[in-house]
Write a protein that binds this ligand. Structure first.
Ligand code: ZN
Length: 185
């Protein structure tokens, strides 16, 4: 289905503030184990894992007016949750907007790694995952979504997010197990 050597997982905002902190999300808790399992399989298969992390500048970032303070750069809330702690093999791309591409070096990194396909996971399906997918699509990447490894505050927003990703960016939605099977090929 995809060449794993040209594929990276983009783990969006699986940070303390998004899971258990300032913007905590109960549905997000259920995405921890699927993400852990997927990342473990990626490490075994040599698939790149890139964490796209909110790292906001306090009192400056536009988005904080809408959502309140969260994931302020350098704070505990802006760190990846302990269950998914990045390894030396992983990459971290700090971002200050919804999209992991907006004014970051994510596109440069993906190009240098030879990546053509991105597998989206993390929070929230209809916001940061969607905005990151929008830019990935515009930049020519093929988009896959790990179904149980992403979620939103509500089931409605999650389902809306998936529908939008499929219809507008041609995203292929797969289960974590289906993706892991692809990694074994
Ligand atoms: Zn944010």
């Amino acid at each position: 289905m995809f060449n794993k050597n040209k594929t990276a997982i983009l783990v969006v905002d699986m940070l303390n503030d998004f899971v258990t902190g300032a913007l905590k999300c109960d549905r997000g808790l259920a995405t921890i184990e699927p993400n852990r399992k997927l990342i473990e399989a990626a490490h075994k298969a040599g698939v790149k894992v890139i964490f796209c992390n909110d790292a906001h500048v306090k009192d400056v970032d536009h988005e904080l007016k809408l959502w309140g303070d969260h994931a302020i750069a350098g704070t505990k809330g802006a760190e990846v949750i302990p269950e998914l702690k990045p390894t030396d093999a992983d990459y971290i791309v700090p971002k200050r907007r919804y999209s992991g591409f907006f004014h970051t070096d994510l596109d440069l990194l993906l190009k240098e790694l030879g990546v053509e396909n991105v597998i989206m996971t993390g929070l929230h399906t209809h916001m940061c995952v969607r905005h990151t997918s929008a830019d990935a699509y515009c930049l020519g990447y093929n988009i896959y979504v790990a179904k149980e490894a992403t979620d939103s505050f509500t089931k409605e927003d999650y389902e809306y997010g998936l529908k939008y990703l499929k219809e507008v960016y041609g995203a292929v939605v797969l289960s974590v197990d289906e993706i892991i099977e692809e990694f074994k090929k």
